[in-house]
Ligand binder design. Sequence first.
Ligand code: DX5
Ligand code: ZN
Length: 215
Amino acid sequence: MPIIAPSLLAADFLHLGAACTMLNESEAEWFHLDVMDGSFVPNISYGLPIIEQIKKTTSKVLDVHLMIVHPEKYIADFKKAGADVLTVHYEACPHLHSTLQLIKAQGMKAGVAINPHTSVELLKDVIQDIDVVCVMSVNPGFGGQKFIEHTYEKVSALKNMITLANASTLIEIDGGVTEHNAAKLVKAGADVLVAGTTVFKAADPKAMIVTLKHC
Ligand code: DX5
Ligand code: ZN
């Protein structure tokens, strides 16, 4: 069964507390938190103070997805705010290996996200150092976009790479995940499913989390 990581980007920001309570009562194991800077991606979301407040409401895993340039500058700040998994973008890190070590030195799990155009092959030399690979199945920046079908092939290739390397890296899928593609993604090798719109716009978000988990 996959880990479900609802993305709070799709929650009602005026009632974030209620969204956190709902997730705490649900079968979701992770909270997915999208940080956007208007530079790496063409959108601005929320940052450290919001994450700090969310941390106070939950003992579940805070999975922070940094869509920002120079993520290495803020590693200690996100640790302090409560991140458990800190994910940086491959495309934003000229010294990825070093950035991963800095994240782990702070006691967090290290994640690497790859954009739809980035080949999984580029992670081969660092796969042992990555706790979570976040495969973007949309172009990052916005919730509610259409799932890119080529993702399945990337997940299978990544799964092979991880198995061959005897690594324990988790594969996370982010963008356009629904109850219709979840099972196929898990079959291809996905361990963690991020879902924003599918969970928060559902008539019954908790029931949707159950559906995704038992896909
Ligand atoms: C997109 C973000 C996603 C987003 C997913 O840039 O990284 O986490 O919240 O939203 P949905 O599930 O609506 O595609
Ligand atoms: Zn995300």
